[in-house]
Design a protein around this ligand. Structure first.
Ligand code: ZN
Length: 453
């Protein structure tokens, strides 16, 4: 962390928030005088606990910053939001602590954005110290991307045009521990073709978009819009979306705005401790992240949430993402530790792999999700009223074919490259498939084939 400036702060913002103010952002104004090229912010608060949704009994206070251009939703005044991940950051005309945006430090009224994510019954007392022109230098420059990275020997996709994606990851531009170039290198080592970088309330396609390709996975830039009632991803756009109003109406309006701007939009990890999703259904999203990190982390409930949409006839697409935050913290054990490509979303892409081609494949729902980059691969399509399920690398497991009415067929998978045909039942609206292991653990799941497609 940056050294503490020697001089006392130029501005001190101190106050208190009560338990009934939890989940509601406050904007605390302060004035920036003429002649400022650098602004350093440091904050502290009482009874601090981590943002992890499994941890309670204390306070978590998020912070962000708006400049003199104002606090309007989607506006230019937004300089960044770091959640509770950084207790100090610097915004300079020429550089900034990620995820904050460098640029001119304009004269006028700025706002510290304070988000009481968790407030204990005792309330939270906070203090934000701000220095003007403390003369700090950047902590460490981002590492250069060394190319190329030798890709591991993974079986090629059994069908043409399919690529391996991890759609959900984090970097130092939110609460990840690694720079985008490092995460991309790790994605290459995992054998991925596409890496979605989705930092919390932080779009930075300008910084990451050029990193991939040329022997490396391509980057699909996105943002994880992180609200106090749930998280959602918008891929394919380079702008921030308002996250401050935790209501169904505001979230629906912002999701529709994102879709209208060309984003592919998903509800993320709708399951207990995901954090969960409280806004309900029908908000204009394209997809649901039915598989987030290790399957055992209650993903069966996210799958059930998606299934309910399908049974209502809503063509919502299932995607997966590892939600990897850490490449350096290896102390948590394999179950607790999201890893790139666990799960992998396999996607059929038309032509060269570009962000636009990936977005198109996602919109078409031409994808399935597997536990690891090794697979198993699960291809599902319809030929003349019959469903063809092909499983590669799933020998010893079982294939379940499911409709809106339940399980239509179940068979053990007896070969490394194995195929089964199932007639489309007359009363089924759709069929989808899952590959499970001997104790019912999830190995792969497909998107549905709808009657008449
Ligand atoms: Zn999330």
């Amino acid at each position: 962390m940056t050294a503490l400036p020697a001089a006392p702060p130029d501005v001190v913002l101190a106050g208190r928030l009560e338990p009934d103010e939890a989940g509601r952002y406050v904007h605390v104004p302060f004035d920036v005088p003429d002649g400022v090229q650098q602004l350093h912010v440091r904050y502290e608060y009482t009874d601090r606990v981590p943002s992890d949704p499994l941890v309670g009994g204390g306070n978590t206070l998020d912070i962000g910053l708006f400049d003199e251009r104002g606090i309007a939703a989607g506006g230019l005044g937004f300089r960044g939001w770091s959640g509770s991940n950084k207790l100090a950051f610097t915004v300079d005309a020429a550089w900034a602590t990620p995820p904050y945006r460098p640029g001119p430090i304009g004269v006028g009224t700025w706002h510290a954005l304070l988000g009481p994510y968790k407030v204990s019954p005792r309330g939270v007392e906070y203090r934000v110290d701000i220095w003007f022109n403390p003369g700090l230098s950047p902590d460490e420059p981002p590492p250069a991307l060394r190319q190329p990275v030798p890709a591991p020997a993974r079986p090629a996709p059994a069908e043409r045009g399919w690529v391996r994606c991890d759609l959900h990851s984090h970097t130092v531009y939110s609460d990840g521990d690694s720079w985008p170039a490092e995460v991309l290198r790790a994605a290459a080592s995992a054998g991925l073709d596409v890496l979605g970088i989705t930092d919390h309330n932080s779009a930075h396609a300008g910084v990451i978009g050029h990193l991939g390709g040329d022997g490396m996975p391509i980057v699909l830039p996105g943002v994880e819009v992180t609200t106090y009632g749930g998280h959602w991803n918008a891929w394919g756009v380079d702008r921030w979306f308002d996250f401050r109003e935790p209501t169904r109406e505001a979230t629906a309006a912002t999701m529709r705005q994102a879709a209208a701007a060309g984003a592919f939009v998903s509800v993320n990890h709708p399951k207990p401790f995901g954090p969960a999703w409280v806004y309900g259904d029908g908000l204009g999203y394209h997809a649901i992240e039915v598989w987030n990190g290790p399957w055992e982390h209650l993903n069966a409930l996210a799958l059930a949430h998606w299934d309910a949409h399908l049974r209502r006839g809503e063509r919502i697409i299932a995607v997966g993402g590892s939600d990897t935050h850490h490449l350096r913290r290896l102390d948590l054990g394999p179950l607790a530790m999201p890893r790139l490509g666990h799960p992998t979303t396999w996607l059929r892409v038309n032509g060269p792999i570009t962000p636009d081609a990936v977005l198109e494949g996602l919109h078409q729902g031409r994808c399935f999700v597997s536990a690891t980059p090794e697979g198993p691969q699960l291809y599902l399509d319809e030929v003349d009223g019959t469903i063809r399920a092909r499983v590669v690398g799933g020998r010893g497991g079982a294939l379940l074919v499911l409709s809106d009415a339940g399980c239509v067929a179940a068979s053990s998978i007896s070969a490394d490259d194995w195929e089964q045909r199932v007639p489309f039942p007359a009363d089924a609206a759709y069929l989808r498939a899952q590959v499970v292991d001997g104790v019912g653990g999830m190995l792969a799941l497909s998107n549905p084939v709808w009657r008449g497609d």
